[in-house]
Design a protein around this ligand. Structure first.
Ligand code: APR
Length: 318
């Protein structure tokens, strides 16, 4: 049976998602957006490249949520970006309204799907998605850690002049300035990255590592500052496709995702970026490991910022 992925939001990330999924023949794709013609136009364009790209996924666009029917996975990018003059609360309130309505429709039309949320503020939006759909927590997850980890690995690879493919580096915690890069276990195919930096740079290694961490934390903002309109879209889409592939193919990949915690890492009742096994049931389980004191402290700071986002959202009535 052919698998089906629904993309809710047909903006920048939605467009790249559709293209990547079709090119990989991962599943049939339907894109739903409220802007008339936008999802239909983008999907027609991608369909017309099928002959050249040699793919036969069916790709369709719609302005109606009915199109979500029979979806195995829903990837949600619906929302608005923060505009000049808009407060954090304004953004939270607008996107919460959008995610609530998207969630109602996912619940109605794709009740058995696994939902991957990308819309920001991620930690709050994934919490709201689960609350409204009432899907089990393993079927509602957020994309942030795969992207943050990829950025961290890329910057380490550039510094060490090695292929990014061989760098393993994980970023945990919430999606924002307080994210927690796990330096201790960063490695180049098993060779400790920290030691490689020390051998290369001696006493300067710490400063260089700090700069890499800072750049990882600010990476989203760096892209926004360059683009001037809009935020990153290639890398968030690639990250979500990696998650969707792990689920559809039941790969049991270990990826950093926003997963709901039931006591793991000392946290209960919140979504946080942690390593989890991704398989046919979504987040199959969280892989807990011992954090050191410094990491624990960073994780705590990150948890507090996630809590604040969620509490602000509740204060606004969601
Ligand atoms: N249902 C469906 N689509 C919607 C809805 C809705 N209720 N409300 C808004 N949209 C659509 C918009 O019409 C737009 O096409 O969501 C799309 C968002 O696309 P972009 O503004 O291009 O945003 P994008 O760059 O794709 O990022 C999407 O992901 O990383 C986060 O911060 C980012 O929250 C943002 C989201």
């Amino acid at each position: 049976m052919r698998r089906k992925i629904a993309l809710i939001g047909g903006g920048q990330i939605g467009g790249v998602l559709a293209q990547l999924i079709a090119a990989k023949e991962l599943a049939d794709v339907v894109m739903v957006d409220i802007v008339e013609g936008l999802p239909q136009g983008k999907m027609l364009d991608i369909a017309e490249a099928a002959h050249i790209g040699r793919y036969d996924s069916s790709v369709n666009g719609s302005n109606s949520y009915e199109a979500l029917e029979n979806s195995d996975i829903c990837i949600v990018t619906a929302g608005v970006p923060r505009k000049p003059g808009m407060s954090r609360d304004d953004l939270l309130s607008i996107n919460s309204k959008i995610i609530s309505s998207v969630a109602e429709n996912i619940k109605k039309y794709a009740p058995n799907s696994i939902v991957i949320v990308i819309s920001n503020p991620l930690d709050a939006m994934v919490t709201l998605m689960q609350k409204v759909t009432q899907f089990p927590h393993n079927r509602v997850i957020g994309q942030a850690g795969v992207l943050d980890s990829s950025r961290f690995a890329t910057f380490l690879a550039w510094e060490l002049n090695v292929s990014a493919k061989d760098v393993h580096a994980m970023v945990l915690g919430g999606h924002g300035d307080t994210m927690v890069p796990i330096i201790r276990y960063a490695n180049v195919n098993g060779v400790p990255a920290q030691e490689l930096l020390e051998r290369k740079h001696g006493e300067k290694a710490k400063d260089i590592l700090d700069a890499i961490i800072k750049r990882t934390r600010d990476a989203g903002g760096e892209v926004v500052a360059l683009l001037k309109t809009g935020s990153a879209f290639y890398s968030p889409a690639a990250a979500a496709v990696e998650m969707a592939e792990a689920i559809l193919k039941n790969q049991r990949r270990v990826l950093a995702i926003a997963a709901f915690l039931n006591g793991e890492f000392g946290v209960s009742g919140y979504y946080m970026g942690v390593p989890a096994i991704l398989g046919e049931n979504g987040a199959e389980s969280v892989l807990e490991f011992q954090l050191n004191e410094e990491e624990k402290q960073m994780f705590e700071v990150s948890l507090n910022s996630v809590k604040k986002n969620v509490e602000d959202m509740k204060r606004l009535g969601f």
